[in-house]
Ligand binder design. Structure first.
Ligand SMILES: [Zn+2]
Length: 368
C-alpha cells in the first residue's frame, strides 16, 4: 500500500503469527472458552484505535490471526458435515504439506457493534500474560467480543481444522458503521489447513445461520493470493447513507441545490486519527445524491458518494473548519453524523465496479 501513504499499515504482516506465538507461549484458556488466544504481536494495535477508524481512508486489509473459538465459536461436531472428506480415523495421520488456501466473498455487516478484524486491547495487545492484569480489557485481551474476521474464521477454521488465518478486506468501515448493499469484498487466507476440501456453500450457510441479523456472507468461493493485492490496493469510491442531525431547520431549496454536484473538499487530518496519522491536508471529491426528511424535523437522511480516502464524518460536520467545505458549511447550520451506512463499494471514479470474474475451480489456488 498505499496511495494514501498510510503509515498505519506498516507492520501488519507480522501479525499473522499470533496464533503460533500464543501456542508457543502456552497461552491459557480464553475467558469464554477453550484453547489458546492471540499473543503479543507487533502491529496489532495498528488496526482499530478507540473505535474511531474511518472507513474512508483504508485500502489496506487487516491481517491478524483470529482469536480462539470461545463458546460462541463453532464446535467441531457441528461442523463435521461441512467437511467433504475427513481424515481417516485410524492409523497415523499423514504429513500434510504447509499450504495456504484463499477463499473470497463479500460481507454485509448489519450491526453497529462489530469491528472488521480482531479488536485487540490497545493496552496489553491481547498478550496472554500481560492481559491478565490489564484494567482496560479486564483480562479479555480484546475490546469487542467478536469481529467479522472471527465470526467468519470460527466456522472456516473449524471446517479446515486450523486456527491460523488472515483477513484481507477491500478497505474497512468503523465498527459502528453498517456495511449494506452488495457487501464488501474480502479474501480469507487460511494457513496450515488440515482439511483441504471443504464445502464452501455449506460454510457460508452455517456462518449466515449463526449470525442472522448481524453478519451475512455472500458468494464464498475459492480464490488465490493475487486477489489479496488487488483488494488491498484498488482505490474505491463509496456510497453512503448518513443520518444527519441538524442544529436548526434548513430550507429544502438549500440542500436541493447541492444534489448531483461533485464538490472538492480539503480535509485536515481529523483529531480522532491524529495520534496515528501525519497531520496534513488532503483533497477529495464528494457528491450529494439525495436529501430526504425523516419523521424527525431535526434530521435528514443524506445519500452521498465520496472519493476513496475521504473522512466522511468530517465531511458532514466539518470539525470546526478542518474540512472545507463541509455539509455544515454548505447548509449554514451545524450538522452531526448520527449514523452511517456504507451502501456500495464503487470503482475509483464512483461508478459501480464490473461484475466479478468467474471463480476458480477447486485446487487452482493451492500454494506452498
Ligand atoms: Zn488489555
Amino acid at each position: 500500500m498505499s496511495e494514501n501513504g498510510n503509515p498505519r499499515d506498516e507492520g501488519r504482516e507480522a501479525s499473522s503469527e499470533a496464533s503460533d506465538a500464543a501456542r508457543r507461549a502456552g497461552a491459557g484458556p480464553t475467558p469464554d472458552g477453550d484453547g489458546p488466544a492471540h499473543s503479543e504481536v507487533a502491529g496489532h494495535d495498528a488496526g482499530f484505535e478507540d473505535g474511531a477508524l474511518d472507513e474512508a481512508e483504508d485500502q489496506a486489509a487487516a491481517e491478524s490471526a483470529s482469536a480462539a473459538p470461545g463458546r460462541s465459536g463453532p464446535h467441531r461436531d457441528e461442523l463435521a458435515p461441512l467437511q467433504r472428506r475427513d481424515r481417516p480415523s485410524h492409523g497415523r495421520e499423514p504429513e500434510l504439506p504447509r499450504v495456504k488456501l484463499f477463499v473470497e466473498g463479500r460481507y454485509r455487516k448489519l450491526t453497529r457493534d462489530l469491528p472488521q478484524t480482531v479488536f485487540f486491547c490497545p493496552e496489553c495487545k491481547g498478550h496472554p500474560r500481560r492481559r491478565r492484569n490489564c484494567a482496560r480489557c479486564e483480562g479479555f485481551g480484546k475490546l469487542t467480543r467478536e469481529s467479522v474476521q472471527e465470526l467468519v474464521g470460527w466456522v472456516l477454521g473449524a471446517a479446515f481444522k486450523t486456527r491460523r488465518n488472515k483477513f484481507h478486506g477491500a478497505g474497512r468501515e468503523d465498527l459502528d458503521v453498517r456495511m449494506l448493499g452488495e457487501g464488501r469484498p474480502f479474501v480469507f487466507e487460511i494457513e496450515s489447513p488440515k482439511i483441504l476440501d471443504v464445502d464452501l456453500a455449506a460454510v457460508e450457510a452455517e456462518i449466515n445461520r449463526r449470525n442472522a441479523g448481524r453478519l451475512e456472507i455472500r458468494g464464498l468461493h475459492w480464490s488465490d493470493k493475487s486477489r489479496v493485492r488487488v483488494l488491498k490496493e484498488e482505490p474505491h469510491a463509496k456510497e453512503y447513507e448518513a443520518l444527519v442531525a441538524l442544529e436548526a431547520p434548513v430550507d429544502p431549496a438549500l440542500h436541493a441545490a447541492l444534489v448531483g454536484k461533485r464538490l472538492q473538499v480539503v480535509q485536515q487530518t481529523p483529531a480522532r486519527v491524529a495520534h496515528r496519522r501525519a497531520d496534513k491536508e488532503r483533497e477529495r471529491w464528494i457528491e450529494f445524491l439525495a436529501f430526504e426528511p425523516t419523521e424527525n424535523p431535526g434530521e435528514l437522511r443524506v445519500r452521498l458518494r465520496t472519493e476513496h480516502g475521504t473522512y466522511v464524518k468530517e465531511a458532514i460536520h466539518g470539525e470546526g473548519g478542518a474540512t472545507r467545505p463541509s455539509l455544515s458549511e454548505l447548509l449554514g447550520v451545524g450538522c452531526v453524523c448520527r449514523e452511517l451506512d456504507v451502501l456500495a463499494i464503487l470503482d475509483v471514479t464512483g461508478e459501480p465496479p464490473p461484475p466479478p470474474a468467474k471463480p476458480l475451480a477447486f485446487g487452482a489456488n493451492l500454494q506452498d
